[in-house]
Write a protein that binds this ligand. Structure first.
Ligand SMILES: *Cc1c(COP(=O)(O)O)cnc(C)c1O
Length: 413
């Protein structure tokens, strides 16, 4: 059976960076009081400047995870209990948890069945007087339709946040995913395109949002009394969401490798698509014409009307024959127990039960039919980010797909 090489882009450059930090003895440069070190040490500040230059934004603010960065963003934008945030259910749970952490109410909007990103045409019907913002997810490696979302937001005076965890380095209209909305961010978690074990960077061109992100990151409550003319106390309850010097030093090295990693991923997927494009039974990833796709996940759909077997049968047979990294599902966050039972913070139904919350928010199955159908019936994926694929691996995958589909067709005819 073919042995697939695990994704690993670490070498002497990262080792050297780590040694430099260890020798310095300063494994974190943050101080929790207002002053030069409030914004972190040399490596953290260096990473943020490198990211500003690479991604082309005025401000980059690092965090110890994107879960932290998204949560800080919800806080920084002034979300209060009962405020509604519109987001897709086809994402990692952390996207929705960021909203709940501040007592905000996630309102799920169905996804586009070809890009898997939030369907902007459905957003406006979900806006209520309580709506404060839209949290878009650049899922699997390409950007959501940010122009449409930004124009809806400006009509209704909302903010837009991008969760670009899986789309680092992806472009939309020649600008980077994560930089096209009021705030956006990338994850540097071990499982992402580039990583420092754990970590994340948020982007914004708004200096005031950047400051509020920096404050929430580093014990806001204890320092705001020392900031001249600082008067907006809302959500200035801080956390310790700080990145270590070692993570930042590694991340700066990883960032230099990003273009090469993306180029390699583009070549792998081009070859795979080329070999699979004449297979009638499955639809391959669709790339919006304004986007580049960095393929964190290679998403596919079984054309169930044309076959007599299920995606579960297909994926289990492909896995048995040695194709790695396959999965029959992604996530429908609204179906998690927390939403089904509306139990998040404490036992009294907060935030849904709060007096300023709208009372009839539904998370019933059926609210996002496209995402649910994808999950239950047609969608399956190849977690391409886990591997470095050789030409022979790609031909093995394509050959196995074709043979398996043929065998399943013959056995079910
Ligand atoms: C990985 C991921 C996150 C969380 O990132 P962490 O840095 O691991 O907290 C959030 N959203 C999406 C879509 C992700 O894939």
């Amino acid at each position: 059976m073919t042995k697939f090489k695990k994704f690993n882009y670490f070498d002497s450059r990262e080792r050297k960076a780590v040694k430099r930090v260890i020798r310095s003895g300063e494994l974190s440069g943050f101080y929790g009081n207002w002053g030069a070190k409030f914004l972190g040490g040399k490596e953290v500040v260096g990473l943020e400047r490198n990211c500003e230059e690479f991604f082309g934004t005025k401000n980059a603010v690092s965090f110890n995870s994107l879960a932290s960065g998204l949560s800080a963003s919800i806080g920084a934008l002034g979300v209060e209990p009962g405020d509604e945030i519109i987001l897709p259910p086809w994402t990692m749970s952390a996207t929705a948890a960021a909203v709940l952490h501040w007592g905000g109410i996630p309102v799920f909007c169905d996804v586009d069945s070809s890009t898997y990103c939030i369907n902007p045409d459905l957003v406006e019907s979900l806006i209520t007087p309580k709506t404060k913002g839209i949290l878009a997810v650049d899922i699997f490696g390409q950007s959501a339709n940010t122009e449409k979302l930004m124009s809806i937001a400006s009509r209704h005076n909302l903010f837009v946040i991008s969760d670009s965890a899986q789309a680092i380095g992806a472009m939309r209209n020649n600008r980077f995913a994560g930089t096209l909305t009021h705030v956006g961010g990338i994850s540097l978690n071990y499982h992402k395109h580039i990583h420092s074990g754990e970590g994340a960077v948020m982007f914004t061109n708004d200096g005031e949002i950047a400051l509020r992100l920096q404050l929430i990151r580093n014990h806001a409550e204890s320092v705001i009394g020392d900031i001249p003319n600082f008067s907006n106390l809302v959500n200035m309850v801080g956390h310790n969401y700080r990145m270590t010097e070692m993570c930042a030093a590694i991340a700066s090295e990883q960032l230099k490798k990003l273009p090469r990693i993306i180029a390699q991923r583009e070549e792998e997927t081009r070859n795979l698509v080329d070999l699979l494009k004449d297979v009638d039974e499955i639809s391959l990833p669709y790339v919006d014409s304004n986007n580049t796709h960095v393929y964190y996940i290679f998403g596919m759909q079984l054309r169930v009307d044309e076959v007599k077997f299920s995606k579960h049968e297909l994926v289990s047979e492909l896995s048995r024959r040695g194709v790695p990294g396959l999965s029959t599902a992604y996530v429908n966050v609204h179906r998690l127990p927390l939403f089904q039972k509306k139990t998040a913070i404490g036992t009294r139904g907060f935030p849904w039960s709060y007096e300023h919350s709208r009372k009839n928010i539904s998370y019933a199955v059926g609210i996002c039919p496209v995402a649910e159908e994808l999950q239950d019936i047609s969608f399956f994926s190849f977690y391409i980010n886990d591997y470095i694929l050789k030409r022979s691996d790609i031909s093995f995958i394509a050959r196995t797909f074709k043979q398996t589909l043929k065998d399943l067709r013959n056995s079910t005819d």
